[in-house]
Design a protein around this ligand. Sequence first.
Ligand code: SF4
Length: 338
Amino acid sequence: MDDPEFIFELRVCRWAEQQWPPTRERGDTAVLVARQLGIRSRRYDTLIFECDPAALEARGVFGDERLESDMLHVLTNAPTSYGYYRDVLPDPGYSWNHVRETIHAADDRGLVDTRRNGNRIEIRRRYRYPDWVDRVVAIENKPDLSASAATALADQIERDVALGLADEVWVATEATDDEVAPALYERLPVEAGILAVGETVDVAWNATALATGEPGTRILDRPDGDEHDLSAARFEYASVEWKREKRRQIAERAYERGWRSYVDTMRPDCREFELRDPDIPLPYCRAKGRHVTSAECRHACGSFAPEPPAWRSKGWPIEGGPGKGYKRLLARQRDRRR
Ligand code: SF4
């Protein structure tokens, strides 16, 4: 049987890439989509980044690889004229030795200029790191929602709304005869939007913009609702700076990976592997006769059959076997979306 959640998620990603936002014109906003990214305590299914196209292009000069927070600390604070790094960078809150290593790494990647002044290292900015993300939208994909699944989901969505890390939080679910499982309406916080996914994707309930520019609340623990549970809820505040930093980290990972990177963990070099429609690249296994997940299609798969060497040596169809072709195709699509 197909894994409904995985395939559903890829369909939602594809739709978001083409159609986001559903309730207004896209205008000249650029949209970048990623999946399965987040912070330590929370991984989001689908993330949409609404970007300023010029800023997104300006981000491109830093290369395809993500910029980690220590690298961003250097890049965003390096001055336009040379200065001793300990004088010009704010105290990072970790060792200056680590900052020095990061400066060398940035220099190796051509992202800053450095020079020696005696035994001091001076740095100078080469490019301005742009604020390339305007809004972040999180979508939780739940194709099939029983009442108990809706309750667990509602708890998670309440936490997302209270934290306000994303500008909007949505739940995407399979359209039913009632359009959307009624359990969702009853349990979800009103701020969360609902997408009904069928032949088309329709807004069943519009999302409310969350206050990403204000401190958020992390819900650490809460009573489970049982009348015998007298424990108190526990909260902690998330500062605006913490949220800004996390949004930037997530955006950088999204920039590197996009949503098609699932194929990196699969076996496109297996002769049974197929992308049925490269435009909606759902991985399909001919041996199993259905779509497959990355959990199934991996090294341990008992049905793995390597591509015949002839496919690779005879320049199929251009260079390498179909496996390499699929990887290149998806990488090209990823580049085009940036
Ligand atoms: S046989 Fe296994 S490795 Fe090959 S495509 Fe199917 S699931 Fe993937």
